[in-house]
Design a protein around this ligand. Structure first.
Ligand SMILES: Nc1nc2c(c(=O)[nH]1)N[C@H]1C(S)=C(S)[C@@H](COP(=O)(O)O)O[C@H]1N2
Ligand SMILES: [Mo]
Length: 423
């Protein structure tokens, strides 16, 4: 899409903006399903492949049974992992659908602190590569607009200039419970800082915004999404976030579904700003209008309404967030014990205390084992838990530090529920 398309709003309407959730094919709203019959089990396994869930009396055991695991320090035995309830049936870790309706939801339940990086084939996907994508070998990023020297950046020169850019978390602003919050992953990136590219291009005075756009024509019309991926940043926002054009993920050339041959990554901001298949960087004036992508994501990036101008958008940064990723069931000295394993991410300053609550009638207590050293990527934590009675528990995290904003967390967005049958 060209800038004039965005500017004139010709290619899309705002009427479809309220589409809400990023649910792809195969994901229906969650049903409570305490037991699966043979038929649905078979169907489930065909659909989900590796993500084969075996439901038994409300307790779901992942196929990669980490049962009978021993933890000498705890002198106990891991019996298995409880699945969260009301979160949709999966499948996880498998690409499904195509183009704008294509998704991959990462399985967060198997994460271990020793391997904090998501395997490339399990890295979440929001929008799969277009069937119309031009030849990556002759790909160019058109650098133009209000600059002294408009140029085309060839893909080969970008690849050669790529340096390690670090390990960063990416989360879709439309990450949802129905997909087990699987639109969340961590990758190790290589690329070229956008600020370096802008410095070389010499912006004309008065230039105030950097519009970054990606290829966005698809063979098939989407059922859920508006095509058109571009975001307008201030040069300071790009510099402060350490935004870069990425050509590698986890030591390998960027895969097609993740934006090959080149994508933007804006560390600390929601994924909707990390434009894939980048083909244009255009310097524009301060008063430029917000793009369709910005308007589509205004609510999910916590903007005040839908600002008309790009400059009235707040940075789409991820505020401090946390959630459990699995509930482990142990026997320790012949007693059943549960352990909540979770992650914390987002925010701009490490917090000292993370609080956890099991159901509204209980009090918040500090998470046992929580030490956050940095905000990006994620921090793992654990909390030992002895529920008082069998039943359903809604687990909620909270940060009670006055200088830390955590609006999404505070809204109950990441609450997860589990059914405890046995004590
Ligand atoms: N060109 C293009 N870039 C895009 C999108 C898109 O639909 N088209 N989706 C965005 C959204 S909403 C997210 S969350 C991230 C996801 O990146 P990933 O699929 O590599 O995880 O890409 C962003 N970049
Ligand atoms: Mo997203």
């Amino acid at each position: 899409m060209t800038w004039s398309d965005v500017y004139n709003g010709s290619s899309k309407t705002i009427s479809s903006l309220a589409k809400g959730l990023e649910i792809g094919p195969g994901f229906r709203p969650a049903h409570r399903k305490p037991m699966l019959g043979r038929r649905s089990l078979l169907k489930g396994s065909l659909l989900s492949g590796s993500a084969f869930f075996f439901h038994f009396a409300g307790v779901a055991w992942p196929s990669s049974l980490r049962t009978q695991q021993k933890d000498p320090a705890r002198n106990g035995k891991l019996l298995g992992t409880l699945d969260f309830i009301d979160e949709g049936p999966g499948p996880l870790d498998l690409p499904q659908g195509s183009e704008l309706d294509g998704r991959l939801y990462s399985d967060l339940s198997t994460l271990e602190p020793e391997n904090p990086i998501t395997l490339t084939e399990k890295f979440y996907i929001r929008t799969r590569a277009s069937e119309l994508l031009p030849d990556p070998l002759t790909w160019q990023v058109k650098l133009g607009g209000l600059i002294d020297r408009p140029t085309n950046l060839g893909i080969e020169s970008l690849r050669k200039a790529a340096k390690p850019m670090g390990t960063h978390l990416m989360e879709c602003a439309g990450n949802v419970r129905q997909a087990k919050f699987g639109l969340l992953s961590v990758g190790e990136w290589a690329g070229v800082p956008v600020s370096e590219i802008l410095d070389k291009a010499k912006a004309k005075s008065g230039t105030a915004r950097v519009l970054i756009s990606g290829f966005d024509r698809y063979a098939t019309e989407s059922r859920t999404s508006i095509p058109g991926a571009s975001w307008a940043f201030s040069p300071e926002q790009l510099e402060k976030a350490g935004a870069f054009l990425a050509t590698e993920l986890n030591g390998q050339p960027l895969p097609k579904d993740h934006g090959a041959p080149v994508r933007l990554v804006v560390p600390g901001w929601y994924g909707c700003t990390s434009i894939k298949w980048v083909n244009e960087i255009t310097l524009v004036r301060e008063e430029v209008e917000a793009t369709s992508q910005m308007r589509e994501y205004a609510a999910r990036t916590l903007q005040k309404g839908v600002p008309r101008l790009a400059k009235d958008f707040e940075p789409a940064s991820i505020e401090q967030a946390a959630m459990p990723i699995r509930i482990e069931k142990w026997t320790i000295a012949d007693k059943i014990q549960y352990r909540v394993v979770g992650i914390a991410w987002g925010g701009s300053q490490p917090i000292n205390v993370l609080q956890i609550r099991f159901n509204p009638e209980e009090d918040y207590v500090p998470v046992d084992n929580f030490h956050q050293l940095k905000n990006d990527p994620w921090t793992f934590w654990t909390h030992d838990w002895s529920p008082k009675a069998p039943g359903t528990y809604s687990i909620r995290l909270s940060v009670k530090e006055p200088t830390v904003q955590a609006r999404r967390l505070d809204s109950g967005y990441y609450v997860r529920s589990v059914e405890i049958m046995e004590m």
